[in-house]
Design a protein around this ligand. Structure first.
Ligand code: HEM
Ligand code: HEM
Length: 178
C-alpha cells in the first residue's frame, strides 16, 4: 500500500487501472446494448451491463474512501499553472461522473419497471418512479452523462499522453509502476 509524497501506492494504482478498463468496457457494452436488436439470446447483456456498472459504482465509493485513507501525491511540477488547474478539475469531475453515471443508469433501469437484477440473482430496490416520462428523462440523462464522461476521460488521457510522450517527466510511469 506504500504511498509516499512522490508515488502512487499499489492499491491506488490497482483501483485506477481496474476501473479504467471496467469503464471503457462498460461504455462499449452500453453503446452496444442500446443499439442491438433485442432478442431472447442477447437479453443477458443488459444484465451484464448493469452488473458491471453497479460494481464500478461500488469501486468508485471504495476509491473515494481510499483517497481519504491514503491521499494521492501532488502532481509533478513542470506544466504551466493553467494546465495543472485543468488536470485537478478534470480529476475531481471524473469522480463526480464515476458516481453519477452508474446512479443515472440504475435510476433509468428502475423507471422501466423491470427488476434491476445484478449477478443474475440480486434484485436491487428501485430508486425512481415507474413511468414513461421518468424513463425517457432518465435515459436521456444516462446518455448525456456517459458521453460527457467519455469526453472528460479523453481530455485526461490526452493530458497523460502529452506528459508521457512530450515532457517524459515520469507522470505516467508513477501511475504504472509507483
Ligand atoms: C460506469 C458505469 C456505466 C457506464 C460507463 C455506462 C454506459 C452506458 C452507455 C454508453 C450506454 C449507451 C448510451 C447511448 O445509447 O448512447 C448505456 C446504456 C444503458 N445503461 Fe449504462 N452505463 C453504466 C452503468 C449503468 C448501470 C449501473 C445501469 C443499471 C443498473 C445501466 C443501465 C443501462 C441501460 C439499461 C442502458 C440501455 C439503454 C437503452 O436501452 O437504450 N448502466 N450505458
Ligand atoms: C476511464 C478511464 C480513466 C479514469 C476515470 C481516470 C481517472 C483518474 C483520476 C481520478 C486520477 C487522479 C488520481 C486518483 O485519484 O486516482 C488519475 C490519475 C492518472 N491517470 Fe487516469 N483515468 C483513466 C484512464 C487513464 C488512462 C487510459 C491513462 C493513460 C494513458 C491515465 C493516466 C493517468 C496518470 C498518468 C495519472 C497520474 C496523474 C498524476 O501524476 O498526477 N488514466 N486518473
Amino acid at each position: 500500500m506504500s504511498q509516499g509524497t512522490h508515488g502512487f501506492g499499489r492499491t491506488t494504482r490497482a483501483l485506477h487501472w481496474v476501473m479504467a478498463v471496467g469503464i471503457f468496457g462498460t461504455f462499449a457494452l452500453g453503446a452496444y446494448v442500446a443499439r442491438m436488436e433485442v432478442g431472447l439470446s442477447n437479453l443477458w447483456l443488459f444484465g451484464l451491463h448493469k452488473t458491471i456498472g453497479i460494481s464500478l459504482l461500488a469501486l468508485a465509493l471504495l476509491r473515494l474512501v481510499w483517497h481519504r485513507i491514503a491521499p494521492p501525491p501532488g502532481p509533478l511540477p513542470g506544466p504551466p499553472e493553467w494546465q495543472m488547474t485543468l488536470a485537478r478539475v478534470t480529476h475531481r469531475a471524473m469522480y463526480v461522473f464515476m458516481l453519477a453515471v452508474p446512479v443515472s443508469g440504475y435510476a433509468y433501469a428502475s423507471a422501466t419497471g423491470l427488476d434491476v437484477l445484478i449477478f443474475g440473482r440480486v434484485t436491487l430496490p428501485p430508486i425512481a418512479p415507474v413511468s414513461e416520462a421518468w424513463e425517457d428523462a432518465l435515459l436521456l440523462l444516462h446518455r448525456t452523462l456517459t458521453w460527457t464522461f467519455l469526453a472528460l476521460v479523453g481530455l485526461h488521457v490526452a493530458g497523460a499522453l502529452k506528459r508521457a510522450l512530450g515532457a517524459r517527466d515520469g507522470t505516467l510511469r508513477r501511475m504504472l509502476k509507483g
